[in-house]
Each structure stands twice: as C-alpha cells, then as structure tokens.
Design a protein around this ligand. Structure first.
Ligand code: C2E
Ligand code: MG
Ligand code: MG
Ligand code: MG
Length: 287
C-alpha cells in the first residue's frame, strides 16, 4: 500500500483491483468448501404443456446458501466454479441429488438437470448411468440440459457424449437457444430432444418485433425438425397467449411457478396424487 498522496489515483485503482481478485480468491475457497459444508440446495421449477397446462416435469436449479453472504445467485458463482474446476464435483452432486429427489416423487414427472461444459470431459454418460442405477430413477425421466457454449470446445467429443446419454434412454435439451455462437449448425449435428428458447427472447415478444420473429422462426424450425420447443421465462398471460397461438410445445416461467425448494415441490406433487385418487377413508366408492 503506497503512502504517497501524489500517487493516490493509481493506488486506488491498484487497490481496488487487488480487492476484486482477493474477493474472488476468497469466494473460490468458500466454493470449494461449500460442498462438504452442505451449503448447496436444489430448487425445482415446473414445466408445463402449453395446450393442456398439465405438468411435464421440473428443472433443478442450484442455490448456494453462503454462511455470511447469504444466498449467492448461480450466475455469480457458476462461472467461478467452472474456472476453478469445482463445477465437476458440484455437478455430480446436482445430478445425484436431482435424480434421488425425482425418484422420491409420488408421480413420475421428469427432472431436468443443467450440465456444465467441463462435466462432458469427466465421463458424464458413465456418471449418469451410475446415478440412475443408484437412485433407481428411470432413464426416460431424466433430461440433461446443455448450452451451446458447452459443446463448441470439442464438438466431436460432445456429440459422442450426447449419443451415449441418448443410448441410456436419457433425453437431451439444448438450453438458451438463440444466444449461442452457431445455434443453427449445432442443431444440424446434435440430435436434441428439446429446444429451450432463451428467456431473453420470450420477455421481449411484446416490445420487440424482432424478438417475436425469432421466437416464431424457432417454433417453425422445431416443427420442421420434429423437435419440441419449450419457452423459458414465461411471465405473463400475454407471453402465454402468444406462445399458444404460435404452437409452442411447453412452457416454463414465473407465470406457472418460481423455482421452489424440494419440500414444497414434493408436497405439491403429493397433493396432486391425492386429488386424483380418492382417499382410502372416503365412502364414495361403496355405492
Ligand atoms: P437456465 O438453465 O437457463 O435456467 C433458467 C433461469 O431462468 C433460472 O435462473 C430461473 O430461475 C430463471 N427463470 C425461470 N423463470 C423465469 C421467469 O419467468 N423470469 C425470469 N426473469 N427468470 C426466470 P437461475 O436459477 O438464477 O439460474 C441461472 C443459470 O445458472 C441457469 O440458467 C443455468 O445456466 C445456471 N445453473 C443453474 N443451476 C445449475 C446447475 O445445477 N448446474 C449448472 N452447470 N448450471 C446451473
Ligand atoms: Mg437450464
Ligand atoms: Mg436457459
Ligand atoms: Mg441460462
């Protein structure tokens, strides 16, 4: 730390750079410990059929409850976890936890799990197959979400992983469609089971004719390729009306539900089952 006042400006700049990298380094250490300290939690957000409104499944979304900072959003720590490599262990935890949770649900809804690029280089298909065996979850109930950035580094290898996942009976979705570097050529090569249109487009369908045109074109593309399209970030009835009119397959967003803790979701699914089947004490079936 310089004492000379004359260099004040330069020192402030350098100090704040130091400060930033020191904070990052600290957060990286915290992140490394977070797994053993049980600070991660998965929330689940509902995905619905656009026409019937029925539930299709839930996307697992990672939450970090930092002992001092409180809840740290994924966009603030996942990039760091990727840079430091801890995302591989965290991703493994996410996979196991999401599959075990889905296996415990009283109805066989799907669970969608986000996978980071680096996980593809750590025997993802074998890990998925082990986790399915350990948790007893049927393969067709698991969907792996990949972003395009996850597959551009080594497309050939990424394709092998996707094919291996599909051979297990797991489905694979392309996440954040339209925001990547070459979404269209990726679709040409990869046999995705679902396209998830990025929420940035959905949220602008009313205010931007361009966004509306991109969403329409994506829905048309999905129909031509025979790949169902899910719209993310559906927040309003207007968004939903647009998507219904344009023939979108499925929807996810705050209009249907925010990501919620495991207990709330399990309870909701249990209540659905109870509403469907008559309670054992009910005398209705005597007649
Ligand atoms: P994503 O996979 O595209 O997930 C959708 C994000 O949109 C989630 O943010 C979700 O909470 C948010 N969202 C859902 N509906 C709405 C809506 O109606 N309006 C708005 N404004 N937002 C909505 P979240 O949970 O903060 O996660 C951000 C990103 O972090 C995810 O984007 C995903 O890329 C990454 N992420 C989350 N969990 C994991 C994980 O377990 N592993 C990996 N590798 N990445 C994850
Ligand atoms: Mg996702
Ligand atoms: Mg997304
Ligand atoms: Mg995203």
């Amino acid at each position: 730390r310089a004492k000379s006042l004359g260099q004040g400006k330069i020192c402030t700049y350098e100090t704040s750079m130091d400060e930033t990298s020191r904070r990052r380094a600290e957060l990286a250490i915290d992140l490394k410990r977070a797994l053993v300290r049980n600070e991660f939690e998965l929330h689940y957000q509902v995905q619905n059929d656009t026409q019937s409104g029925g539930i299709i499944g839930f996307e697992a979304l990672l939450r970090w409850n930092h002992p001092v900072k409180g809840r740290v959003p994924p966009n603030d720590f996942i990039p760091l976890a990727e840079q430091t490599g801890v995302i591989v262990d965290i991703g493994d935890w996410v996979l196991r936890t999401a599959c075990a949770t889905a296996a415990s649900w009283s109805r066989p809804f799907k669970v969608a799990v986000n996978v980071a690029p680096m996980q593809l280089n750590y025997d993802l298909a074998r890990r998925v197959s082990e986790v399915l065996r350990e948790t007893g979850l049927a393969p067709e109930r698991l969907e792996i979400e990949l972003t395009e950035t996850g597959i551009i580094a080594d497309r050939q290898h990424a394709l092998q992983v996707v094919l291996a996942l599909k051979a297990l009976g797991v489905t694979v979705a392309m996440d954040d469609f339209g925001t990547g570097y070459s979404s269209l050529s990726t679709l040409q090569v990869f046999p995705f089971d679902k396209i998830k249109v990025d929420k940035s487009f959905i949220q602008s369908v009313e205010t931007s004719v361009h966004a509306a045109a991109i969403v329409k074109a994506t829905l048309l593309l999905g129909r031509s390729l025979n790949i169902p399209v899910l719209a993310e970030g559906v927040e309003t009835e207007q968004h939903l009306a647009f998507l219904r009119k344009e023939g979108c397959t499925s929807v996810q967003g705050y209009l249907f539900g925010k990501p919620m803790p495991r207990e709330a979701i399990s309870r909701m699914i249990r209540e659905l089952s109870e509403a469907k089947a008559p309670a054992p004490s009910e005398p209705a079936n005597k007649a």
